[in-house]
Each structure stands twice: as structure tokens, then as C-alpha cells.
Design a protein around this ligand. Structure first.
Ligand SMILES: Nc1ncnc2c1ncn2[C@@H]1O[C@H](COP(=O)(O)OP(=O)(O)OP(=O)(O)O)[C@@H](O)[C@H]1O
Ligand SMILES: [Mg+2]
Length: 401
């Protein structure tokens, strides 16, 4: 079936562009699964764009087609892009970078280090995400499939919009409701160069785009994060951690894909491996009981090229439509308790020992391992301090008084 489907919007295919992002431990099969999903979607008739945000691109290798840094047509309804970070940065960041460079030099930092500071960590991630923002807004595609870097890098990518918005709000007075940056009325008595209006408006635009990207990627109806894993202990542990961190940032995870499962006829040498895999898969079913799980066997050869990838795609999704939203997120809940308030959020596999909680100027900060999320507390709760935190059935309950 190669005809173009009319996008009328239903359970199987919501009206807006869908974003499906694959992440997971290194080498588990993210690129192969992303590419195979893209083929299935395109051949079903959905206009499909598959983008790689992994600096070590391998989409081209998977498809056996040279995909460049510009969007190119791979087949009918199927487009691909391997994002070039340098191009992305110059595309989105030139104005802000110039301003920051000017700002930092005015503070006595020499031009070389200012230049370096201007290339703030995270700029790469952000400029990649801004592409996604553009593509979703353009409404050109029914689905954007993202093949991203191994977990740690992807988490950096996904935690960036939040971190950057936070910094921008601290650095520049921004009205949260209108996303307007207020230009200081009186020129301050410092030698900080005040950026001219065009820079102000480009910063405003940037801030708004970052908010939009965050809204897109945390919107259950638009985005699905799918964790690819293999049935071994290290992948299981990494998947659990990624699952927790992603939920901390409010990202909608709708499926886990267990890849490279040994089949029964792999001979006596692999018997022990098969047993171990079965045990780990059972543990995975238990750990991720509230998200959809897909399974894929290790194939006899590398699933490269359109035909092999199509086969892998059908093997994973069977009769399911990959665009379907398989699981919905449970959003953070604020409620009143006798004498205080409660914040409840889904946060499985986390422990108290790995966590720090505090209220800083009306912002509830949750630190888990190396990740930090700031929640703006509703006005009524803004002055309350967290007094206790308990885990219950995969939820974290924080009491504020
Ligand atoms: N189901 C499968 N059966 C057999 N080989 C597979 C399967 N899935 C992936 N592979 C192979 O495993 C290797 C790694 O796959 P892939 O590049 O898709 O993983 P990745 O998670 O994207 O890796 P990276 O972390 O390097 O981006 C490739 O050689 C790929 O062909
Ligand atoms: Mg890859």
C-alpha cells in the first residue's frame, strides 16, 4: 500500500505531527529500530522524516544510502537527515552567540575565552532540538523519527530546554506568561553593552522556541520516547535509570523495545545465554509493566538495507501501527493535605539516598544522581518547604508545609 493516507486524526494517528524518539544504551539497536520504523511508516503512507541527532551518525549505514546534513528523499514518503551540529548552531544561534560574546568581553574576559564561553555546553543539543521544533511546526511530516545518541548524551539533549530556559529567566527578566523579554528601561551604570532591539527579539524568539520544543517533547499526544534495550543486566540497569530520569523531566515514554533476543535454535553454546536472557526479560516485564513492550529476535545477519529493515520493523510492530501512542504519562499532581500540600510524581526505580529535595525561592528542586529538575510551585505552595518524601508503588510523594 503506497498511497498517501489522509490525516484526519484518530487513536492510531493523532492529528498533529508525531515525534518518536529512540534512545538506549550504546549498540542496542536504536538506529536499526528507528530506520525500520521509518520504513514501515512511509510504506503505510505516512510522510516520514527520520533524523539522526547522534554525532556518530549511522543512519546512512543502516539504509545503505548516503544521507547528508540536508533533508533528502530516501524513498516514497521517506526523508532522512543526519544533523550537522556546526550547521545547526550557525543556523539557530548566531545572534545570541554574538550577544553573549559581547556581554562576556565587557566583563573583562578576553575575547578568546569569551568566544569559548559563548559556545556554552548544551548549545549543540539545543540547536538540534530547534530543528525538530521547525519540522513539527511546518506540518510537512506525519511523523518525525529521531535516532538519538546513547542514553547519557540523549539525556543531556532532553534536559537542555529546561536548563536553558531556567538560565535565561535568571539572566534576563522574562515574563513567564508572555515570553517577552523586558528591555531595561534605564541603561545600567556598567559597561555591559545593551543588546540592540534585533538581538532582544532574536533572544525572545529563541526563548519561545525552547519553550515550544519542551512543550512538543513532553506532550503525550505528540511525542513518544521509546527505550531500546537488549536482554542483559547492564542494559536493564541503564534502561531503568534512563526511564527514571526521563520521567523526572516529564518525558512521555510509551514503549520499551527488547532487541537481539536469541532464538530457541541457537544451539547448545548459547543455552546459558538464552536462559539468562529469559530471566532478564521476565525482570523487564515486571519493571516496565506499565508501558508497552516489544520484542525482536537477533537476526542471522545485520538488518541493513531497506528490505532487512522492513523485515525488522514488521517483526517488532507486527500488526500494530508504530504511530500509535502505546502508553500515556501520568502527570505531576499537586494537592492539598491537612496542614500542607502534596506533590506526587511518577518516579520508579529511584531511591531516597540518590535524591536531594529543596525549595529555592518558590522552585521545588529535585536532584537525582547527576540530574536536576526544577518545578515552579503553584503560588499557594511557593513558600512551603518539603518536610518529607516517600516512595510508594513507583510514585514519589513530597509533603510540603
Ligand atoms: N535485531 C537485530 N539482529 C541482529 N543484528 C542487529 C539487530 N539490531 C541491531 N543489530 C546490529 O547491531 C549493531 C548495532 O545496531 P545499531 O547501530 O542499530 O545500534 P545503536 O543502538 O544505534 O548503536 P549506537 O549506540 O552506536 O548508535 C549493528 O551492527 C546492527 O546491524
Ligand atoms: Mg545508532
Amino acid at each position: 500500500m503506497r498511497s498517501k493516507k489522509k490525516n484526519t486524526g484518530n487513536e492510531d494517528h493523532p492529528k498533529s505531527t508525531r515525534v518518536i524518539l529512540y534512545t538506549g544504551k550504546g549498540g542496542v539497536g536504536k538506529t536499526s529500530v528507528a530506520a525500520s520504523t521509518a520504513i514501515i511508516c512511509a510504506e503505510t503512507g505516512f510522510n516520514t522524516l527520520v533524523v539522526s541527532t547522534d554525532a556518530a551518525h549511522s543512519l546512512s549505514d543502516a539504509f545503505g544510502v548516503d544521507i547528508g546534513s540536508e533533508i533528502m528523499e530516501i524513498g516514497e514518503n521517506l526523508y532522512g537527515q543526519e544533523i550537522s551540529v556546526t550547521e545547526a548552531i550557525s543556523h539557530h544561534w548566531e545572534n545570541l552567540k554574538n550577544y553573549l560574546t559581547a556581554l562576556f568581553s565587557s566583563q573583562g574576559l578576553d575575547p578568546i575565552s569569551s568566544e569559548e564561553i559563548a559556545t556554552l555546553p548544551g548549545f549543540e543539543e539545543a540547536s538540534e532540538l530547534l530543528y525538530v521544533n521547525d519540522y513539527v511546526k511546518s506540518k510537512k511530516y506525519d511523523v518525525i523519527i529521531m535516532d538519538s545518541a546513547p542514553t547519557g548524551e540523549s539525556l543531556k539533549l532532553l534536559s537542555f530546554p529546561e536548563a536553558m530556559s531556567w538560565y535565561m529567566e535568571k539572566m534576563f527578566p522574562i515574563s513567564r506568561t508572555t515570553a517577552k523579554i523586558f528591555r531595561p528601561v534605564v541603561k545600567p551604570f556598567t559597561n555591559i553593552p545593551l543588546p540592540d532591539d534585533s538581538i532582544f527579539s532574536s533572544m525572545e524568539g529563541l526563548y519561545k522556541s525552547l519553550r515550544d520544543v519542551k512543550n512538543i517533547l513532553t506532550d503525550n499526544d505528540v511525542t513518544s520516547i521509546r527505550l531500546v534495550t537488549t536482554p542483559d543486566r547492564m542494559s536493564l540497569n541503564e534502561t531503568k535509570r534512563a526511564f527514571t530520569y526521563l520521567l523526572l523531566y516529564g518525558y512521555p515514554i510509551d514503549a520499551v523495545i527488547v532487541n537481539k533476543i536469541y532464538q530457541q535454535d541457537t544451539g547448545p553454546f548459547f543455552k546459558k545465554w538464552r536462559n539468562t536472557q529469559s530471566e532478564i526479560i521476565k525482570e523487564m516485564e515486571d519493571a516496565f509493566h506499565d508501558v508497552k513492550m516489544f520484542r525482536a529476535n537477533l537476526s542471522e545477519t545485520e538488518p541493513n538495507g531497506i528490505d532487512n529493515l522492513r523485515e525488522l520493523g514488521h517483526h517488532i510492530y507486527g500488526n500494530e501501527n508504530p504511530l500509535r501512542i502505546f502508553t500515556r504519562n501520568i502527570p505531576i499532581k499537586y494537592s492539598k493535605t491537612p496542614g500542607g500540600y502534596r506533590v506526587k510524581l511518577r518516579l520508579p526505580f529511584a531511591t531516597k539516598e540518590r535524591m536531594r529535595l529543596y525549595n529555592k525561592g518558590g522552585e521545588l528542586v529535585i536532584e537525582l544522581d547527576n540530574w536536576r529538575r526544577v518545578f515552579y510551585l503553584p503560588q499557594t505552595m511557593a513558600s512551603k518547604q518539603p518536610v518529607s518524601a516517600e516512595f510508594n508503588n513507583g510514585f514519589l510523594n513530597i509533603d510540603l508545609r
